[in-house]
Design a protein around this ligand. Sequence first.
Ligand SMILES: [Zn+2]
Length: 282
Amino acid sequence: MRGKMTEELQERIAGAQMVLVGIGKEMEDPAAGLSEDPFYRKLMRRAEEEAEGENELLALQQYIRLHYLRRHADSDRRNAYQRLSGLLKDKNYFVVSLCTDDLIFSSGLETGRIVTPCGGFRALQCMETDQESRPLCRTDQEPLVVCEEVWNQVMDDLDRCEGEIDKVDFPVCAECCHLLAFNQIETPGYREEGYLSQWSKYKQWLQGTLNRELCVLELGAGMEYPMVIRFPFEKIVFFNQKASFFRVHSRLYQMTEELKGRGISVKADPVRFLLSGFESQG
Ligand SMILES: [Zn+2]
C-alpha cells in the first residue's frame, strides 16, 4: 500500500513544475536515547546544578542535545532525508521545516531552497531579554554568531569532560558576557534574523507557483505552529487548481472537507513512508 503511495508521489513529483515540501515535528530526531545514557544523564544533572537560572540551563541543554545528535546519528532518519533529496533532484522545489535538529542540512538538499523558521544549530545568540522576552543586549556587532568552530570546540570539550560540565568552556556574549544559546525558537529573545532572508525568498518562490503544476508534500506536520505549514499549505492547494497534495502523518493525516478528492492522505510515520517505496532512488 505504502509502496503504491510512494510510486504515485514519485509520478506526481516527476510531472510537477514545482514542488513544495513541509517538514513537521514527526521528522525531528527525538534524541530518544539521551535520557537513558549514563553519560548524558550525568551531564544533564550537572547542568542543573551548575546553571545560574533557567536561561542558562536551557542553553546548556541545547549544547548537550547537539552533542547527542552529532555523536548518535539516526541512520533511518538520515536515509529518509537522502530519499527525499533524491526525489527532489533537478526539481524546482522549496522546503519549509519546523525541525531544529538540522539533519536536513546534511541531506544533499540545497541550502538555498530550505527555510527553518524555528532555527537550529547554525548560529548562536545572546539570551539577555526584558520581562517580555524581547532581546535586551545592544551591540554594534551582528546579533548572531555564525562560526561553527565555536560550538565544535564545545562538542570536543564535552567528549573529554567525563560528564563534568563545569570543565567545559562555553562561549559568552562579547557585549554582556551572558552564556550564548543557539538561535532556536525556544531561546528567550529568539532572533528571527536567523531565517527571515530565506523566508522572503520562500514567499517570492510561492508567488511563482500560481497557475503552475505544483506538487505539495507535507511530512509529519501536525498542529505545532500550524500557521507555518499546515494551514497555509491547505490554502495554497485550495487556490491552485493544478496542485496535487500529499499529507503524510501518523495521526493527523486527515484531509479537510474542501480538499477531499484532490489531496491524498497517507497514514504513516513520514520517516517510514520515505524509506518504504524509493529503493530505486538509492
Ligand atoms: Zn549579550
